[in-house]
Write a protein that binds this ligand. Structure first.
Ligand code: IPE
Ligand code: IPE
Ligand code: MG
Length: 239
């Protein structure tokens, strides 16, 4: 089987990683950023065309205010510190999620990251920030209805494709592989539409312990999976 074109990762377990070391949760988030930085570089070297990282969910606002502030601060710091390097490494940055609710300075940084790197041809790094699938699908439906109302399309033009192109992930292929760290086995409102035929891997390690070697192992395991997309395995047809 060919290499996954798109790997999406639910980076989970920062809090538990910190707790196990008697550290505050923020320390776990900081260590998580270090892990993320390494994984982005590794994915580029492994010739993965698309890497999506779930960084902040639309439900994460329900965390204590200080933790939300820390997470916002880490995103800002990451973009300020790493954007130039990413650009130099030919990485194209895309952001998915609801931007309207974000602070102006964060929106500015997200726009800057996308604009600066838009013509890059290496790894496409998709950062899911303030992202939730139900919110994304709801916004896509609002756009569809508006397009029908204004006569751009009719109700018969509403196809799965018409929905896909109105999602934040328009022109990003569906993930072939979704990895979640920390042992939790759920999607937590991540890429519900796009994950229709994704392969799933749930790893016990906490996100700050995730290394490029875990990514390489996950890709190896991916190669052993048989994807059928509702069809019949090739060797069965031959019989
Ligand atoms: C993932 O780690 C980071 C974010 C969700 C932002 P968590 O903060 O969820 O860590 P746990 O799940 O509490 O260990
Ligand atoms: C999912 O992790 C969101 C991110 C990794 C950004 P959570 O830790 O928020 O998910 P739940 O609450 O355990 O489902
Ligand atoms: Mg968690």
């Amino acid at each position: 089987m060919s290499n996954p074109r798109h790997i999406a990762i639910i980076m989970d377990g920062n809090g538990r990683w910190a707790k196990a070391r008697g550290l505050p949760r923020t320390a776990g988030h900081k260590a998580g950023v270090d892990a993320l930085r390494e994984v982005i570089r590794a994915a580029g070297k492994m010739d993965i065309p698309f890497l999506t990282l779930f960084a902040f969910s639309s439900e994460n606002w329900s965390r204590p205010r200080s933790e939300v502030t820390d997470l916002m601060g880490l995103l800002k710091l990451f973009i300020r510190r790493d954007l130039a390097d990413l650009h130099r490494e030919n990485v194209r940055v895309r952001i998915i999620g609801e931007r309207q609710d974000l602070a102006k300075d964060i929106r500015g940084l997200l726009d800057e990251a996308e604009t600066l790197t838009v013509r890059n041809t290496g790894l496409t790094l998709v950062i899911a920030f303030n992202y939730g699938s139900r919110n994304e699908i709801t916004r896509a439906v609002q756009r569809l209805v508006a397009d029908v109302a204004s006569g751009v399309i009719t109700h018969e033009d509403i196809t799965p494709e018409a929905i896909s192109v109105r999602l934040d992930t328009a022109d990003i292929p569906d993930p072939d592989l979704i990895i979640r760290t920390s042992g939790e086995m759920r999607l937590s409102n991540f890429l519900l539409w796009q994950a229709a035929y994704s392969e799933f891997m749930f790893l016990p390690c906490y996100w700050p312990d995730f290394r490029p070697s875990h990514l390489a192992e996950a890709i190896e395991t991916f190669h052993m999976r048989e994807r059928r997309f509702g069809g019949v395995a090739a060797q069965e047809i031959a019989l």
